[in-house]
Design a protein around this ligand. Structure first.
Ligand SMILES: Cc1ncc(COP(=O)(O)O)c(C=O)c1O
Length: 414
């Protein structure tokens, strides 16, 4: 097990609180499921999750035995062919999807294109595609592209204004496309209420779960979510460029038309038929030959969640972000840092964002002191916590180091 670097001098009350919270942490042992570098406080798992210990032996086996020895027979003998649906179901278990509705593969951007286009096709005659003006760029670009392709108009409506917008214009809306967690601020939106508002308007709800899956309990089936996408490389720790996933609720399978009817989504791929006939169910959302090395690395990474109760993950994540906010208020607010992540636990994802004009230089300086966070232009420092491995003591160390580098650099942090 790795340990965090020794903390610089901290107020005794914060130090004692961090130590007590870590000592009482029911998830503490899960940290051993990750290979974290020593002397590093890693708070960027909301961008790239660290390496799970289960991954290297699996990747070695895939390389040396499955590919190296078993060669092409592996498509069947080592379960390569079924991997997109098998890994999809493993992700489905983390987002509250019963088996048979989730497929893993491609990138989030590709899955978003498929989901947006398929959603528009499921609501013919409706002319609006509604999305968050602050959505991650790829979500915004693809909404525009799908709208152009389908002859729809895009409306950019902040989540708080969505119910009111739908009351007025909902009869024209085909799909609403949002993320439960704002990637910049870490604000958590009410997925249940927004999904219900979409349905009351007769629209479909599409969620981008990149910043939520693996970080908090999700229940796409019971909320009645229509479609969802997400990446494999953030809280799922599936590795750089890990395959993404697409969830389509079973009730939409029969009418599901995907814009990328590739051969692996065919009902009988090896018949090599002249015409495309979609496979039954979500399998038709497969496109081309799956990236097996990445897919099986992701599958191994997901075992870090074996036996883990996501309500406990959420409770610890809130404890971590709450503690970080308290440390920031005490130690960083006097230096010009402002928390933009809501203090209300019900409105907080699994990251804390602080505003400071020197965000870029400070993030780089922090990295030199063993604390890995990231920044978003122009002035946000982002600190992602993952309850599977982050400790309260690491967060105190991060805040103290940030205080020290900010003090050393003066008021604007440059
Ligand atoms: C909400 C959200 N959607 C999508 C993406 C990225 O999409 P892709 O996996 O295709 O690069 C990100 C990346 O950070 C993201 O935060």
């Amino acid at each position: 097990m790795t340990t965090a670097p020794a903390a610089p001098t901290a107020p005794a009350a914060l130090r004692e609180r961090a130590a007590r919270l870590d000592a009482d942490d029911p998830l503490a042992a899960l940290r051993d499921r990750f290979l974290l570098p020593p002397d590093t406080v890693y708070l960027d798992g909301n961008s790239l999750g660290p390496l799970p210990a289960a991954v290297p032996p699996v990747v070695r086996d895939v390389l040396t035995r499955q590919w190296g020895t078993d060669l092409i027979a592996s498509w069947h003998t080592n379960g390569w062919w079924e991997a997109p649906l098998r890994v999809g179901d493993a992700i489905g278990a983390l987002i509250g999807a019963a088996p048979g509705q989730t497929v893993a593969g491609d990138s989030t951007s590709v899955q978003l294109f498929t989901a947006l286009d398929a959603a528009a096709a499921l609501r013919p005659g409706r002319t609006l595609l509604v999305t968050d003006p602050e959505h991650f760029p790829t979500d915004r670009y693809l909404a525009e592209a799908v709208a152009r392709r389908r002859g729809l108009d895009v409306r950019r409506v902040p989540p708080a204004a969505l119910p009111g917008f739908l009351d007025a214009e909902g009869h024209r809306v085909a799909v609403v496309s949002y993320s439960p967690v704002d990637f910049r601020t870490g604000e958590l939106y009410d997925m249940r209420a927004l999904t219900r508002a979409a349905h009351q308007a007769g629209a479909l709800a599409l969620w981008d779960l990149c910043h939520a899956a693996g970080a908090l309990p999700l229940d796409v089936d019971s909320l009645g979510v229509d479609l969802a996408v997400g990446c494999g490389y953030k809280f799922l720790s599936g590795g750089p460029g890990a395959p993404a996933y697409l969830y389509v609720a079973r009730r939409h399978h029969a009418g599901l038309e995907t814009p990328l009817p590739g051969w692996t989504g065919h009902a009988d791929p090896f018949a090599m038929a002249p015409q495309y006939t979609p496979a039954p169910g979500v399998a038709r959302a497969r496109v081309g030959t799956p990236a097996i090395l990445s897919l099986l690395a992701l599958e191994a990474a997901l075992t870090a969640f074996d036996g883990v109760d996501l309500t406990e993950v959420r409770a610890k994540s809130l404890s971590l972000t709450g503690f970080f906010l308290r440390c920031a208020e005490e130690l960083l607010a006097p230096l010009g840092f402002t928390a933009v992540t809501p203090a209300d636990p019900g409105r907080r994802g699994s990251q804390v964002s602080l505003r400071h004009p020197g965000a870029r230089a400070l993030t780089a300086a922090l990295a030199e002191h063993g604390v890995i966070a990231d920044m978003r232009v122009p002035d946000l420092l982002r600190f992602g916590v993952n309850a599977l491995y982050t400790t309260h003591q690491e967060l105190l160390t991060a805040v103290l180091r940030l205080r020290d580098v900010a003090r050393a650099r003066g008021a604007d942090g440059s």
